[in-house]
Write a protein of this length. Structure first.
Length: 178
């Protein structure tokens, strides 16, 4: 939190532009300053900003805790996996977790999608879905190529595919690995 948020707020207040990387909170806090056409004091505006910041911090901390919990769960599952994929029954924040992976055995993470079906995401840079399905504009042709009849979506960057069923997701991973 200090690196991502507090240092940025301090750098903004002190005009240390070279330290500014994240643009969420200070822009938000700056919006709380009195405008030229408002008849409120700096102190009043500051109190209003504190109220909003309290709500923001609560959400930010909740997000940070969830992310840390997800990292542990994902890394544990990767360590125990005998396959090139891991499966979760709900979507989890995984991007920071994969930075800590020590082996490249697990290449895919499968989540129950919040929308429909299952998302299959590659988690190592060298892994992509086969070009023959990524570049295909007709999803029906991709379905026929893979044998995955419930294929819903193929990302044009080769890092994400979606299927209606878990069985389809696993079949797609196996197709991609052969």
């Amino acid at each position: 939190m200090d690196n991502e948020l507090i240092q940025y707020i301090d750098a903004t207040d002190n005009m240390q532009i070279e330290y500014l990387e994240n643009k969420i909170s200070p822009d938000f806090i700056k919006l709380c300053n009195p405008q030229w056409n408002e008849n409120i004091s700096e102190n009043e505006a500051f109190i209003n900003a504190l109220k909003l910041a309290d709500e923001f911090w609560e959400i930010y901390i909740k997000h940070a805790i969830a992310e840390v919990e997800a990292i542990k769960i994902i890394l544990d599952k990767i360590d125990k996996s005998k396959n090139c994929y891991i499966i979760f029954d709900k979507e989890m924040p995984y991007r920071k977790a994969i930075k800590f992976v020590k082996n490249n055995k697990v290449k895919y993470i499968i989540f129950k999608s919040r929308r429909e079906g299952y998302d299959i995401r590659t988690i190592i840079n060298s892994c992509e879905f086969k070009k023959e399905i990524v570049q295909e504009k007709d999803i029906n042709i991709s379905r026929n190529l893979t044998g995955v009849k419930d294929l819903i979506y193929v990302d044009i960057h080769g890092k994400l595919c979606c299927t209606k069923t878990l069985e389809g997701a696993i079949k797609l991973v196996k197709y991609n690995e052969n």
